[in-house]
Design a protein around this ligand. Structure first.
Ligand code: NIG
Ligand code: FE
Length: 411
């Protein structure tokens, strides 16, 4: 068999089938890469003969798929450290939002920032994610809330893909909050549906459409209008739903066969089955729960019982989750939401790929899948969720190319 390179003396966490062998693991495995894809993987003892190929020694470490952060607000101007201080002096996230702070304070900073400033700060955060093994990232707009700035944000998101070896999926989040120049939420929804979304679609800047269905965001009726507009344009939908209160947004996403329902702290137990029936991935965002000091965790047992795919993401944003570490999000998902480390790793590989509509190409070590692969110097994959700031991948391959890692001495 002719391939570009193989790696042996390595264990594989294939992350193929939930409910099968833990982590889909193959000990003393071998993996071969050809033409940017995984060409063969299995037990070393079962491997075919690979002639004239580069052989890498995995030093008895573990291979996992490249990590996928399927929910971020990576691009924004300024920061909200002073708001963090106010919250610790007793003001709630909602009170700050009602006073014109919160998301709208970042809208002002983002509108005032230059493209260069926005790119540089987002690139800094993306580098932190990438150093931990993130090879695919979703990036939302939503801090522009006018045509010019939403377009600028999404163009910068697309451009980030040229700055680092990372796949970027973009999401239009026009319905994030009511911007200061509007008085009426319905008028604003009409504006984004009729003027902003079609233009963004025309310029091919968004891969999906998101919204914030919440008392400080938009009602379920307003959210429905946004989803209908997205559907007309053939764009898949997702949403920030049931985060601070119950709003019925998750049901709406299911009705539109959306990619994912995100946050879900207030999801009703019996709605888990509705998500499953419509193939909606539940995206868990424990960093926002942690920063906002929330009390109610998502109904994990109900989601588990209904066999809903659960992804885990950073939600990296300046207000509710100023955090650029997907491994820490996995740790938080375990400690705060009681996911198992295996579920957390499925959450940032297999299930996260599905949340972005990439389930056929990414998120698993599987023949024919993209060769986005990480080599970790660990004894067990549970270590990835267990340690805080203890692990970085030794080697990172994206589309089969070696793009670095923490330990170049093994090359
Ligand atoms: O995912 N929920 C709405 N959006 C973000 C927070 C945005 C912000 O506070 O700037 C979230 O938590
Ligand atoms: Fe978010």
């Amino acid at each position: 068999m002719q391939v570009d390179w193989i790696i042996k003396n390595v264990n594989l966490a294939t992350m193929q089938d939930r409910g099968g062998t833990p982590y889909g693991k193959i000990e003393d495995g071998l993996l071969a890469v050809h033409n940017k894809k995984i060409a063969w993987l299995g037990k070393r003892s079962d491997s075919p003969v690979f002639k004239n190929t580069t052989v890498i020694d995995g030093d008895n470490g573990w291979l996992t798929p490249g990590l996928i952060d399927c929910h971020t607000h990576l691009i924004y101007g300024g920061d909200r450290a002073e708001e963090f201080e106010k919250r610790l002096q007793g003001k709630s996230y909602e009170e700050i939002a009602h006073e014109g702070g919160g998301i709208n304070s970042t809208v002002t900073s983002t509108r005032n920032a230059s493209n260069e400033e926005l790119l540089a700060s987002a690139l800094h955060r993306l580098k932190q994610l990438h150093a931990e093994g993130v090879t695919t990232v979703e990036i939302k707009s939503g801090y522009g809330l006018d045509l010019v700035t939403e377009v600028r944000m999404l163009k910068i998101a697309r451009d980030l893909q040229n700055q680092l070896p990372v796949t970027v999926k973009t999401t239009f989040l026009g319905a994030h909050t009511l911007p200061p120049e509007f008085n009426d939420k319905d008028d604003y929804i009409d504006f984004i549906c009729q003027q902003v979304m079609p233009e963004i679609h025309k310029q091919n800047l968004a891969d999906a459409v998101d919204l914030f269905c919440e008392n400080i965001g938009f009602t379920s009726a307003q959210s429905k209008k946004v989803f209908e507009a997205a559907k007309q344009l053939g764009l898949p939908v997702k949403g920030h739903v049931e985060q601070l209160t119950y709003s019925g947004g998750a049901r709406l996403i299911a009705e539109f066969n959306g990619l994912s329902a995100d946050h879900l702290e207030y999801l009703a137990d019996d709605e888990a089955a509705i998500l499953k029936q419509n193939n909606v991935v539940a995206v868990l965002l424990p960093a926002a729960f942690y920063y906002l000091h929330e009390k109610k965790i998502p109904p994990i047992n109900a989601l588990r019982k209904a066999n809903v795919e659960m992804a885990v993401a950073t939600d990296c944003n300046p207000g509710s989750a100023p955090m650029a570490s997907l491994l820490l999000a996995m740790n938080q998902a375990c400690v705060l939401f009681e996911l198992t480390p295996e579920e957390a790793l499925f959450g940032t590989t297999n299930c996260a790929a599905k949340a972005l509509g990439l389930g056929e190409h990414k998120g698993q070590l599987q023949t024919g899948y993209d060769a986005d692969i990480l080599l970790w110097n660990i004894h067990h994959p549970a270590e990835l969720s267990y340690g805080i700031n203890m692990n970085k991948p030794q080697r990172i391959w994206v589309g089969g190319s070696d793009v670095g890692g923490d330990d170049v001495s093994t090359s």
